[in-house]
Design a protein around this ligand. Structure first.
Ligand code: TSB
Ligand code: ZN
Length: 584
């Protein structure tokens, strides 16, 4: 999908189209006031104050109609430079523009405005020459947006759109957007009964249905087996902790806005945990350790609760109750690099297994000015950040750096992916932490018999099972590989009167072999049942009729194929079992 913001020509065109939209909105809603209208990856938006009016998608066609009219009329877009003082006078009745002008540097003595017909907007530009060029556009959606992104401020209306030089390009783009929507994990999740939500449970608290639970269980087994072989030890710990636990760790001071509020039980105050590190620190501390014991790798499939804004919550991708594929690895300073490389290699290995090719490594660093989020120890931070850079360079993996994305306790290497709909998200993460081991007073005895503080790597390969499953649904478009498919085989007797008994026998044999399957004995037409088996994306559909019964064989079709293959039942069982074992 094209990144409009990064394409210079499209960037300008979309920005001009945002102005065109604002002009149309002003014609239809004369009291409208405009905040900012930037170009984004997906096109453009404009944040608009419409007083008491709340727009819905139904209002967009009228705005589009007015835009078309204005584009046809084809006014020139004229730039004019004015002084800050003139700008303040010109926009004196518009508090939003005054706010913007006042925020401009004193050095910005010249301010530019752009005028098209009866509409003038404060803007740096550049723009296209006439509004005629903006005729191939589409308004995509409307949503509420807090002024300046601050939830304490009032709500503005944000209208999104996109514009292309030709109608063909626009059509192709809209088609691609439609296809993306079909991949949306929320849509497939509903169709295939993978998960559900109910407001009685709460927003961002999905319920995993049996089909989704099968996929999750397979993912758990898969990563557990890998971690076993790499020397991880799994534990179980409670999903609450006392406030004091999180005061000790620093979450209370640096992470509270992401946490659920406290609850009082007897005289103690508890919180639902947002992370599992503190629990694992205590497990480490339960025993004395020698340098010979390290690295110690403590893993857990651990449930966490985080406050996410209700507008940000999304299917399984962004939830308030999640399960991390978490581990904390305790190492000596000398072991940091080696262990970090092992984690990165595990990430790469898993991505290979799942055929994930489109991802980016992001080195998430602290924002030196944000003293509230990040503990104030420049030496410790610099050391941690440089260590990560060294590892990445030695591994020769491509990455980009992002300031202000680090955890409060240390820098991270995150893996970013693009969902079908919406902004990029982080899947895997590996984080370096010199802080928490100190706060929990952890130690090991080094080879000279002296007490030392270990370093901790926090890592989650899948990230959370929730987000990874969301991503997997979109990657596969709901066509899961055999080993993950909730139903692997669907058996259809050609005629219930003659073939049901044989079908039941095959069903029992496969069930005994550990295959997940169904027997469709409904009194429906064969063609209907076969079509349904395809729409449900079941990997193998067995069709059992006279030939199969007489020869004690089975015939199958694989998903998406019209070809029928006939095999002896033993042969089929071996084939399917080996495919599952090899995760083909
Ligand atoms: C890796 N303490 C570390 C842990 O040891 C930690 O919690 N890191 S985290 O904050 O980055 O979270 C781990 C992963 O959880 C992220 O990489 C991301 O993939 C996933 N995640 C974070 N927030 C959500 C959410 N709201 N919904 C679903 N998954 C999430
Ligand atoms: Zn952690």
């Amino acid at each position: 999908m094209i990144n409009i913001k990064e394409d210079e020509k499209l960037n300008v065109l979309n920005h001009s189209c945002a102005h065109l939209m604002a002009q149309a909105v002003k014609h239809l809603y004369p009291k409208a006031l405009f905040w900012v209208g930037p170009v984004i990856e997906e096109g453009f938006y404009y944040d608009i104050d419409l007083g008491d009016v709340t727009l819905t998608e139904d209002d967009l066609p009228a705005i589009e109609k007015e835009m078309k009219k204005l584009a046809k009329d084809g006014k020139r877009i004229i730039r004019k430079e004015i002084s800050k003082q003139d700008a303040l006078t010109m926009f004196k009745d518009d508090p939003y523009k005054i706010d913007l002008i006042n925020r401009m540097d004193e050095a910005d003595t010249v301010i530019s405005c752009y005028t098209q017909g009866d509409f003038t907007d404060l803007c740096r530009g550049p723009h296209v020459e006439t509004v005629k060029e903006c005729k191939n556009f589409k308004l995509l959606k409307v949503s509420g947006a807090y002024w300046k992104g601050d939830k304490n401020n009032h709500m503005l209306q944000r209208i999104y759109g996109v514009c292309f030089p030709t109608s063909e390009e626009l059509e192709a783009h809209l088609q691609e957007l439609e296809e993306q929507k079909l991949r949306d994990h929320r849509k497939i999740g509903k169709e295939q009964e993978l998960f559900m939500n109910d407001e009685l449970v709460g927003s961002g608290m999905p319920l995993w249905l049996p089909n989704g639970a099968i996929i999750r269980k397979q993912l758990e087994n898969y990563i557990y087996e890998k971690e076993q072989k790499l020397g991880y030890h799994h534990v179980y710990t409670p999903c609450v902790g006392t406030v004091n636990l999180y005061k000790t760790s620093g979450h209370w001071d640096h992470y509270q806005e992401n946490m659920f509020p406290t609850m009082k039980v007897d005289e103690e105050e508890f919180v639902l945990r947002p992370m599992n590190c503190p629990h694992h620190m205590l497990i480490y501390k339960n025993k004395m350790h020698s340098y010979r014991d390290l690295p110690i790798r403590i893993g857990e499939f651990a449930t966490d609760f985080r406050y996410e804004a209700s507008g940000a919550v999304k299917g399984l991708e962004r939830v308030r109750c999640m399960c991390q594929n978490d581990a904390h690895i305790f190492v000596t300073p000398e072991q940091i690099k080696d262990e970090f490389k092992k984690v990165v290699n595990l990430i790469l290995d898993v991505y290979r297994d799942f055929g994930i090719k489109e991802y980016k490594f992001r080195l998430s660093l602290r924002d030196k000015n944000d003293k509230e989020k990040y503990f104030d120890d420049d030496k410790m931070w610099d050391e941690a950040e440089n260590k990560l850079r060294e590892v990445l360079n030695e591994l020769d993996v491509e990455y980009f750096e992002a300031i202000g994305e680090a955890a409060f306790y240390g820098p991270k290497l995150d893996v970013e992916v693009k969902p079908a709909v919406g902004n990029n998200v982080t899947l895997s993460t590996c984080q370096l932490d010199f802080l928490l081991p100190r706060r929990f007073d952890l130690s090991y005895i080094d080879n000279k018999g002296e007490k030392q503080v270990p370093v901790v790597l926090h890592r989650a390969i899948f990230g959370t099972f929730d987000r990874f499953t969301a991503f997997l649904i979109e990657e596969t478009k709901g066509i899961f590989p055999l080993w993950l498919a909730p139903v692997q085989v669907n058996i259809i007797p050609v005629n219930n009167d003659y073939h049901l008994e044989y079908a039941q026998k095959i069903y029992d044999l496969l069930l005994e072999s550990g295959i997940r399957l169904e027997l469709d004995s409904r009194n429906e037409k064969l063609s209907y049942k076969m079509r349904e088996s395809q729409t449900r994306k079941i990997p193998y559909t067995l069709i059992l009729g006279d030939n199969e019964l007489n020869n004690q064989q089975i015939s199958y079709r694989t998903f998406g194929s019209k070809e029928t293959t006939t095999l002896d039942i033993k042969e089929f069982i071996n084939k399917i079992k080996s495919q599952i074992a090899n995760k083909e």
